[in-house]
Design a protein around this ligand. Sequence first.
Ligand SMILES: C/C(=C\CNc1ncnc2c1ncn2[C@@H]1O[C@H](COP(=O)(O)O)[C@@H](O)[C@H]1O)CO
Length: 267
Amino acid sequence: MSSPTEKKTDVPARHRGPVQLRRGLAEGTTADQHLLDTRSPADFTSTDPWRVLRIQAEFVEGFGALADVGPAVSVFGSARTKPGSAYYETGVEVGRLLAEAGFAVITGGGPGSMDAANKGAVEGKGLSVGLGIELPFEQGMNQWVDLGVNFRYFFARKTMFVKYAQGFIVLPGGYGTLDELFEAMVLVQTHKVTSFPIVLIGTAFWGPLVAWLKDTLVADGLVSPKDLDIISVVDTAEEAVSKVVGAIRSGEPGTDSSGTEPGTTAP
Ligand SMILES: C/C(=C\CNc1ncnc2c1ncn2[C@@H]1O[C@H](COP(=O)(O)O)[C@@H](O)[C@H]1O)CO
């Protein structure tokens, strides 16, 4: 009797593209049969190889749609921010000031702070971009998006936020906002992107998070003290836009060159 590790050359193999299958896995239908069998097309479109093509298509379509956006800043913040609230008005101001400074405004295209920043971009006569995401519940693009691209996959969409923007402005938000913020922070920390200012608005909101980064992550040696400089925190739309635009124009990373600590308003 041969050992399980002994090479078996007598077992026939079936090839499916670059994949080789033996024994029970070799049984079944051929690729041609699958292709020509129209009984269950829905099964086919939910297979992983088909998904890869859809993912690829999202990147191709996204790159194509956004290629001519020009200088841009991505703005993040809660989908639940209410029109008329202070955060909403700050979002409108951010969008307007960015547009007036010649920057396209890229958001997630949804409600709340995204709606606010897109509205500001339109008011400032700039390019208002929304990168929508397909969600289990119906959620259209907000009315202020002039160039909209809809994504099925969060990760493809997140690539676009970074690839087509030169900086981020982040309003208060929940998990989605934190996800987008921390992804950008990691990209800067690991030098995957350079010269990428990230400015958070709202010292009262972000202060406790920044304190935790410092008192726990830095204190425990999980990030270095200089990693705190990846973000800066301000209180107004004017400060945020001036900081991001200034850093982009000077080619500096998003560090606070004034020497003030993250979590404090720049002088
Ligand atoms: C939950 C609600 C709406 C969901 N619609 C969204 N549309 C587009 N983009 C969204 C949506 N929800 C989250 N995002 C992305 O995450 C960030 C906001 O998430 P948060 O958890 O609300 O902070 C935002 O920047 C988007 O990119 C309400 O009806």
